[in-house]
Design a protein around this ligand. Sequence first.
Ligand code: SAM
Length: 275
Amino acid sequence: MSAIIGKAAAPQAVPAQEVKSCCAQFYESDIVRFLFGESFHPGGLALTTRLGEILGLKPGLRLLDVAAGRGASALHLAETFGCEVVGVDFGAESVRLATAAAAERGLGDRVRFVTGDAEHLPFADADFDAILCECAYCTFPDKPQAAREFFRVLKPGGQVGLSDLTRRGPLAPELETLLAWVACIADAQPVEAYAALLTAAGFAPGIVEPHDAALGEMVAGVRAKLLGAELMVALKKLDLPDADFPKAKRVTQSAADAIGRGELGYAIITAVKAA
Ligand SMILES: C[S@@+](CC[C@H](N)C(=O)[O-])C[C@H]1O[C@@H](n2cnc3c(N)ncnc32)[C@H](O)[C@@H]1O
């Protein structure tokens, strides 16, 4: 994590593979789990359930969770809707933890996790009935390629559902760093741009549902936890040698300001592969 926080380069100057590795490492770190909890996206599992409803998940359907992280959403959706789920993530440690969680919850026969890159999905054409990608599409360096991969592995008639950060206009400089990129902010797109990226890959547009309040709540929660963690480190009750609190606080403060001004938001965006 220190490597990510300490990186001064503009994210555009960092090679794509490094951006993906940094992102995977960031979400494998204990401090991120402490700050975000189990679910690494605004709205938590309640918003995941909403996306599952929109996608029409049910027993017998095969869902792909792209950038599944530690598997919280995949496991929740399998339990809630009875579907089969495959989760793919760039981070090998996240995949290991997610696989262990599936076994622990007795879901190993219906939920599995594999390492892979969203821009080069390790699956056959038309392998899935639905695709979900939460708070991760905005971090992929080659978004058109990832959208083409979604289209390729989806069956005709299937739906893709993104939930992601949205931006309206330019962001403050501290939100254009690599840390802000892996925190899903720096390369967040306007909602119309996500829809256009999916359409360019061959999809027909689906629905757009704003959830800006969920982002505000998440950032407020992270800021409170950062202050708590800083206090515990100062009192020597917690050891977080990698944490750069001033920088993390600057980014979260700036994000909260941008949300307050309506420059950053969160939305569900779906699209359909014509039957
Ligand atoms: C904000 S977390 C979201 C995790 C999960 N979707 C959730 O909502 O809890 C972003 C995830 O994207 C993964 N990721 C980043 N780039 C990726 C890529 N190119 N292919 C697959 N996964 C990637 C990271 O490893 C991380 O687990």
